[in-house]
Design a protein around this ligand. Structure first.
Ligand code: F6R
Ligand code: MG
Ligand code: MG
Length: 365
């Protein structure tokens, strides 16, 4: 059976500040989607949140980029924005950059990742969702999952994975894409994906079966809006088990927290902390950035689950390390490398300050 899995998300208002989603907003989203589900458009759905981002997880048979599915998401965000406005939530409707729907949510503010595949005898899916970070945050985890044998032993000892995976990489500044084969071309690939604010892993494919293994959202809000309106807070779908990495291999990169961009005012580096859904409440200095993972088995497109995968004691040390890293970064205050380089900052007063000080800069001898 061919099934499409769509994850579409938006920050349409924070409670309190940018730290959490209001239960009334989530309830409204569930109501909107439940109404549509009666029409048979969706096979199944799950509504959740990560920090201040509302997440719509949907299965259907409309294929990727379906206008009907995107419209359902857009209409849901619009209805939820009404609730957010009534409650005067912070930044109500902030990710809805357009006034009206025009065929797709792409380029309109929400983040989206979708994949269509033949459901396997056992279809194990992990959905990662992050808050207070930007779209390139999945580059290193996806590299480790699908190209690093120190993370994924299956690449070495499982015959059905030994041929490796192909990475589709997008240059989001030049709007170009390229595919790299791992392991053959990992040195070339790392030149690019090691710069995650520009080059992003969009999808990963099995090299022998050509099946899709992973897909991520690569929308960059700041580039879309031409100004800061919020962080991308990206999502990523990974298929697991069989000829794909095992669940534990897919979760493993998050046991060693890395530094990502997007903390406070979208202008700071901070550790990506793996947490349960209830703990996706970035409060300290509006962070540190969070990642959650929901696991499902699919059965005829029905979402069996979720399991809250980081709600596990084996990630306690990662959380502790992330807090230590957060302290270390905070020590730098307004200095790099905590603060992002000038051209990457989402907020800046540089033009105004420069103007004010015009004439006070003199030539060096
Ligand atoms: C970071 C984030 C927050 C806000 C900050 C200021 O991604 O969302 O750190 O940037 O709270 O928010 P505004 O400008 O909405 O008052
Ligand atoms: Mg927000
Ligand atoms: Mg957010």
């Amino acid at each position: 059976m061919s099934i499409t899995l769509s994850v579409i998300k938006a920050d349409i208002g924070g409670y309190v500040g940018h730290s959490e989603s209001h239960p009334d907003v989530i309830a409204q989203a569930k109501e909107c989607i439940a109404k549509v589900q009666k029409t048979g458009l969706l096979v199944d759905y799950h509504v959740t949140k990560c920090g201040d981002d509302l997440q719509l997880i949907m299965t259907h048979q409309q294929g990727v980029d379906s206008e009907k599915i995107h419209k359902l998401a857009w209409d849901t965000f619009v209805d939820c924005t009404e609730v957010a406005k009534k409650l005067k939530l912070h930044g109500a409707g902030q990710d809805l950059l357009a006034d009206a729907f025009s065929g797709t949510v792409k380029g309109m503010g929400p983040g989206v990742t979708e994949m269509e595949f033949e459901e396997r005898a056992a279809e194990t899916i992990l959905i990662f969702m992050a808050d207070k970070t930007s779209s390139g945050a999945w580059n290193m985890p996806l590299y480790k999952i699908f190209a690093d044998p120190f993370n994924t032993i299956g690449l070495v000892i499982a015959a059905n994975m030994h041929a490796g995976f192909a990475f589709e990489v997008h240059d989001i500044k030049e709007h170009k894409k390229i595919t790299f084969n791992a392991p053959d071309e990992i040195y070339d690939m790392l030149v690019f994906i090691g710069a995650p604010s520009r080059y992003m892993v969009k999808a990963v494919y099995h090299r022998e079966t050509k099946e899709i293994a992973a897909a991520s959202s690569t929308q960059r809000l700041a580039l879309l809006a031409g100004r800061y309106v919020g962080k991308d807070d990206p999502v990523c779908i990974v298929r697991c088990q069989g000829s794909f990495p095992a669940v534990g291999e897919v979760l493993e990169p998050f046991a060693s927290p890395i530094l990502v961009e997007g903390w406070m005012r979208g202008s700071h580096m901070g550790p990506l902390m793996p947490v349960s859904i209830p703990n996706s409440t970035p409060t300290r200095f509006d962070g540190p950035p969070r990642v959650v993972a929901l696991g499902f088995q699919l059965s005829g497109g029905k979402l069996v689950g979720p399991r809250d995968m980081f709600d596990d004691k084996s990630f306690n040390l990662a959380r502790h390390q992330a807090n230590e890293m957060a302290d270390l970064m905070r020590r730098h205050g307004p200095f790099e490398p905590h603060r992002l380089p000038l051209e990457e900052m989402e907020y800046t007063t540089m033009p105004e300050v420069m103007k004010k000080l015009e004439g006070r800069f003199t030539e060096l001898d």
